[in-house]
Design a protein around this ligand. Structure first.
Ligand code: SF4
Length: 426
């Protein structure tokens, strides 16, 4: 979500004539887009803010802005701690910076906020479809910082993606904190499956992804859309967070372990070859050894393709911080995290090794360390070598090597799309 917000701010600034600078020292404007979902992320932002102090002393005309989830009810405290920061902006609140640019630099900014689409979007681009979240999971700060759920209208989203395809975008990832709750707050009572059908009709678009899903909103209609719409990719990020029902209840997640497992089984029966990712927190208040083993059990049973894992860290302002003791000590949290890491590495290794010898369509996104990379429909990262310019093409890759994190492939069909299209008469 932060990446999408940064892209939008970048498009506003490029509309005003600014271009990207390689480093902060050469910049007229430095914007730090902050994330506070975990303590480690917040610490990183604080460290970078501290390092910007000397830059501001050297060049006092440089505008330093702090944007994102760190800016909230305690902005006054931030102003005191970081007096050299010129402007503080909540998520998606671009106006204070634009106003400062106008007053300090004398630039006419009229109308610059009316079009927020990225000007030079990446082949695979994020499109926020919901802002905020209504769930108030007890450990999470997001609803307090990004506000309540507000869905965008379908027409607005379809128009934006159509324009993005004209600028070269081949794949979109529809974003929401609870993306499968899309539309529930709209008067038109639509839902994510209807949005997916509309986006699926956009001509030049190759692929559609969406994240993050919440188990309680993953409806049969949405599962049908993944199974039946040609552009919707077979990959779902469906956080389960913890294996024990008592912990899930304290987290206010709204489902039990068995309900989660049943949902995954239903998805797998209706969407063959679907890949599943999840989020897990270990060491939540009250998590016993038996509770943790229940988390390990769910990982063993389901065998996710990818797991985003974290040790619980209390976020001031959340329900858990206010009402629960952070009673699992740090050493134990680290131990549990390590066990999850080791188990998941073994599972990912086995899953990826089973793909050796198979062939997949890869949407090529770019180059990294001189090798082309792209992803399968199931979100597997594939590297391959080619002398041709492959960016934006869908190519067939034959997998010959794997690791827990990525695959290596040989490209079988390296013809650019245009040539392939001519040969097939379309
Ligand atoms: S669903 Fe829960 S974890 Fe996700 S953003 Fe909303 S409150 Fe946070």
């Amino acid at each position: 979500m932060n990446t999408a917000d940064s892209e939008r701010l970048s498009s506003i600034l490029s509309g005003l004539g600014f271009s990207e600078s390689k480093n902060a020292d050469d910049a007229n404007i430095v914007v730090l887009n902050s994330c506070v979902v975990r303590q480690s992320a917040e610490d990183k932002v604080t460290g970078m803010l501290t390092s910007l102090k000397s830059l501001k002393q050297r060049s006092e005309d440089t505008i330093v802005a702090l944007m994102g989830c760190m800016v909230g009810p305690k902005t006054k405290a931030l102003e005191t701690k970081f007096p050299y920061v010129d402007v503080f902006m909540k998520p998606q609140e671009y106006e204070p910076l634009i106003n400062l640019i106008e007053s300090q630099m004398g630039i006419d900014t009229t109308g610059c906020l009316s079009n927020l689409q990225p000007v030079k979007p990446h082949i695979s681009t994020h499109v926020p479809i919901i802002h905020g979240c209504d769930e108030f999971c007890s450990f999470c700060i997001i609803p307090y910082r990004r506000g309540r759920q507000v869905s965008r209208e379908i027409n607005d989203i379809v128009d934006e993606i159509t324009l993005l395809t004209k600028r070269g975008v081949k794949e979109v990832t529809l974003l929401g904190q609870t993306v499968d709750a899309y539309g529930h707050d709209l008067a038109s009572s639509t839902d994510l499956s209807e949005l997916l059908q509309s986006v699926n009709r956009i001509d030049k678009l190759e692929r559609i992804r969406f994240l993050t899903s919440h188990p309680i909103y993953m409806s049969n209609k949405i599962i049908d859309s993944i199974a039946n719409l040609s552009k919707v990719c077979e990959h779902i990020l469906l956080p389960f967070q913890a294996g024990a029902d008592s912990v899930l209840k304290n987290m206010r997640r709204g489902y039990t372990k068995q309900e989660y497992i049943n949902l995954v089984n239903k998805i797998r029966s209706q969407v063959p070859n679907v890949s599943m990712s999840t989020d897990v927190i270990v060491g939540f208040p009250g998590e016993t050894q038996a509770d943790f083993e229940s988390t390990m059990d769910i990982l063993e049973q389901i065998k996710f393709d990818k797991v985003h894992m974290a040790a619980y860290s209390p976020r001031p302002g959340t329900i858990a911080h206010r009402t629960m003791d952070d009673d699992v000590d740090l050493t134990e949290k680290r131990k549990r995290l390590k066990l999850v890491e080791q188990l998941q590495e073994k599972i990912s290794k086995e899953i990826n090794a089973s793909l050796i010898g198979q062939c997949f369509d890869i949407l090529v996104e770019g180059k990294h360390r001189n090798r082309w990379f792209g992803r399968t429909r199931t979100n597997k990262l594939v590297y391959f070598d080619s002398e041709d310019d492959m960016a934006g093409n869908v190519v067939k890759a034959h997998i010959y090597e794997s690791s827990p994190w990525s695959l290596n492939g040989h490209v079988q069909d390296s013809e650019p799309d245009a040539i392939r299209g001519e040969q097939h008469g379309y």
